[in-house]
Write a protein that binds this ligand. Structure first.
Ligand code: BES
Ligand code: MN
Ligand code: MN
Length: 475
């Protein structure tokens, strides 16, 4: 007997999807430019939070829009973006599912590369193009509509809470304190998150691992002012050259990070995982072709999926210094800098890694410059127990939508707050992703396939049904 057979009247919700309604509503949310990194968008953050509050209230939820804050670098209190917290209790004996998502989005720049405006959702070829369409408004809103779909056919099979934050894209600085202050209200049996990408278009996926993150800036200071490169060149230290030397030394020719101690404690990939990943329909050549590159350089001795999912790495994400205008200017800059992110895996601790790079960079800096490493933010890596009844329930929900077995995959991205969910709230997390890498999150022309959105709505609804059954069989 399949699980859907003991769910009378609700075994197939496809016919009850209101596709047009679900799209129109999501598009309204996408029109709000809720860019968390940019202070000029503070009013838009409030509008987005209010949009979600109003919607969840129409679904019978009790909703709070809570102001947040955190302690800044100098010890001062910094106002954060609001958290939307909603709950609908059906029956205290049923399990409680907390759905987490984020309504903030990455900055839209570079604007000129967008085919249609980032905050004017536009449908082309079955996809909606807009900033936040896949990351994470579309995926989070699929759960809202999934709840609505269930309600349109009766009542909810579980108690539902929503936690929708506005600071994920800036490292969730206020959320851990919010979790600590609201442990009781946020209590749940399982936390569901859809904020990543599934393995491939035709492969429904339960994600069981996220990488962690340590993000720093390297600042290099040379002379007390920009210098004439004829009068001083060859004698004065050049901070841009120095920065380039430092960066070049951070990885060796085998693609390994050279920071002493960086790999200490890194959990090895198990033979079972190796085998499972090797069976996934991964085509490295197609992966390279999809981003128009002739080769995929990386750590020697590991497959592409292993490098992405289970190996730590270091990437420069930004670099500045010197003259960037038209034509030439003969100058030796006084300063240069770079933003460096390190993706971490289980066994690595972000604070320790930040300390290691801070200690190491001065030792590899050439003479004559001052260097400083500043920590921006970090996040713990996580791995979910793939044998948990919740993961099994997600597999069944996905099978009802896609009619195929779900893959169990890890992912290279990070959601720093997820480890705090486990440690502060003590609840297991379940990662069920609806997006795809080709949705181009964080890039110009971010999009979300409308089919993926509607399948996400169905998956959200079936998942709550399946999670209700996990509760029953355990009680
Ligand atoms: N949704 C992503 C995380 C993600 C991306 C998970 C790809 C799985 C696959 C999230 O919004 C994000 O962008 N996280 C940031 C970290 C944050 C501290 C800015 C990331 O991974 O860079
Ligand atoms: Mn996201
Ligand atoms: Mn993101």
């Amino acid at each position: 007997m399949t699980s859907s057979e003991h769910l009378p009247g609700s075994s197939d919700l496809t016919a009850h999807l209101d596709r047009a309604g679900a799209e129109a509503e999501l598009f309204d949310l996408l029109r709000i430019p809720s860019v968390s990194a940019d202070p000029s968008h503070v009013p838009d953050m409030a509008r987005a939070a209010d949009f979600l509050r109003a919607k969840l209230e129409t679904l019978g939820f009790t909703v709070r829009v809570d102001a947040t804050s955190h302690t800044g670098k100098g010890g001062q209190t910094v106002a954060g973006h609001p958290v939307v917290f909603a709950q609908r209790e059906v029956n205290p004996n049923l399990p409680t599912v907390l759905i987490y998502g984020h309504y903030d989005v990455q900055p839209e720049a570079p604007l000129e590369e967008w085919v249609s405006p980032p905050f004017e959702p536009t449908v082309r070829g079955g996809r909606v193009y807009a900033r936040g369409s896949t990351d994470d408004k579309g995926q989070a809103y699929a759960h809202v509509r999934g709840v609505e779909l269930l309600l349109s056919q009766g009542d909810l099979p579980v108690n539902v809470k929503f936690l929708l934050e506005g600071e994920e894209e800036v490292g969730s600085p206020s959320l851990a304190a919010y979790l600590r202050d609201n442990v009781e209200a946020l209590k749940a049996d399982v936390i569901v998150i859809s904020d990543g990408s599934r393995f491939a278009p035709d492969v429904p996926t339960v994600t069981y691992g996220l990488r962690g993150l340590s993000y720093v800036e390297i600042h290099v200071q040379g002379a007390n002012r920009d210098l004439h490169s004829g009068s001083y060149g060859g004698a004065a230290p050049n901070p841009i050259n120095a920065l380039a030397e430092i960066i070049a030394k951070l990885k060796d020719d085998q693609g390994r990070v050279t920071i002493p101690g960086f790999y200490d404690g890194v959990e090895e990939i198990t033979p079972a995982e190796r085998e499972m990943w090797a069976k996934l329909p991964q085509d490295d050549a197609a992966f390279a072709a999809s981003i128009d590159v002739p080769a995929l350089p990386g750590e020697a001795g590991y497959s592409v999926l292993e490098r992405l999912w289970a190996r730590p790495t270091l990437d420069v994400n930004g670099i500045w210094g010197g003259y960037q205008g038209e034509g030439s200017k003969t100058v030796i800059a006084a300063k240069a800098g770079a933003k460096v992110s390190m993706r971490l895996v289980p066994g690595q601790d972000p604070e320790r890694i930040t300390q290691l790079i801070s200690d190491y960079v001065p030792t590899i800096a050439p003479e004559g410059v001052k260097v400083e490493v500043k920590s921006l933010h970090g996040g713990q890596p996580i791995k979910v127990d793939a044998d948990s009844p919740f993961v099994q329930a997600a597999g069944r929900a996905l099978k009802r939508v896609y009619n195929r077995d779900a893959a169990f995959a890890r992912t290279g991205g990070s959601i720093p707050i997820v480890a705090d969910f486990r440690s502060i709230l003590g609840a297991p997390v379940l990662l069920v992703d609806f997006g795809l890498n080709e949705d181009a999150p964080h890039s110009p022309n971010e999009s979300f396939a409308l089919e993926d959105y509607h399948n996400g709505i169905l998956t959200g609804a079936y998942l709550l049904q399946e999670l209700g059954q996990v509760g029953e069989s355990e009680q």
